[in-house]
Design a protein around this ligand. Structure first.
Ligand SMILES: Cc1cc2nc3c(=O)[nH]c(=O)nc-3n(C[C@H](O)[C@H](O)[C@H](O)COP(=O)(O)O)c2cc1C
Length: 214
């Protein structure tokens, strides 16, 4: 496999790797290249990422480095899925005009156009049912999205799930075939505010042992 990149184009600064012609290579090659570098970031503890994550609805102007985005998407790729179907597919949108059109599709939610990227989180099939009667695809895509949101925190990025959007409009804007479900949109970018934690029910209200007592 040829990887279209020479070591001369790689800059390591502050423990981060910046690559200049990485964008020319297909995504799979970019990932392989990253692995070949045996590139390692300082990892954040998973509990810290869970506790730090907030829905971020204000973003700064900085773009997200392609290598960072791919590292985050790799966390989605590694998510579990029913029967290991891996039906998730992602369209990452950074084009300003398209983001504004997605903002309209998301009922005008202003921060959608402001985010560095909007990720259309899709499912390739919506046919599979589990024996328990639940559909596989929304669960599987949601798990992958959650991986993205937590990996984003570890990268100093903020995200917000967008369920309030018109699927047909998103499909049309992104040229997504009819058979593909657009499950959620997800905004991602460098936070421009620090939202306070939202309240949660207590463990006593949500968890019981051995039999239903809630
Ligand atoms: C499936 C789903 C859909 C959501 N849709 C939207 C949305 O369209 N717009 C929005 O601003 N927030 C949306 N949110 C974010 C929730 O409002 C948010 O997660 C919740 O209020 C808890 O706040 P926190 O994420 O900061 O802990 C969504 C969250 C989920 C999980």
């Amino acid at each position: 496999m040829h990887i279209a990149m020479s070591s001369a184009t790689r800059l390591i600064f502050n423990g981060r790797c910046y690559s200049f012609n990485l964008f020319c290579a297909p995504v799979s090659e970019q990932l392989l290249y990253r692995r070949e570098l045996k590139y390692r970031e300082t990892r954040m503890d998973v509990y810290e990422a869970i506790e730090t994550r907030r829905s971020v609805r204000a973003y700064g102007p900085d773009e997200i480095d392609r290598a960072v985005l791919l590292r985050i998407m790799d966390a989605a790729r590694l998510a579990p899925s029913a029967k290991n179907l891996q039906e998730w597919r992602f369209v990452i949108v950074t084009d300003a005009e398209k983001k504004l059109r997605l903002q309209e599709a998301a009922r005008g939610q202003k921060f959608v156009g402001q985010a560095a990227a909007v990720i259309a989180c899709c499912a390739k099939t919506d046919e599979h049912l589990m024996a328990c009667g639940q559909q596989c695809y929304p669960i599987d895509v949601a798990i992958a999205i959650d991986h993205i949101t937590l990996a984003a925190v570890a990268e100093g990025l903020g995200t917000c799930w967008i369920g309030s959007f018109f699927e047909d409009k998103a499909r049309e804007i992104l040229n997504i075939p009819e058979a593909i479900r657009v499950v959620e949109l997800l905004t991602i970018g460098y936070p421009a505010d620090s939202p306070k934690p939202k309240s949660r029910l207590s463990l006593d209200e949500t968890v019981c042992f051995e039999e239903w007592s809630l």
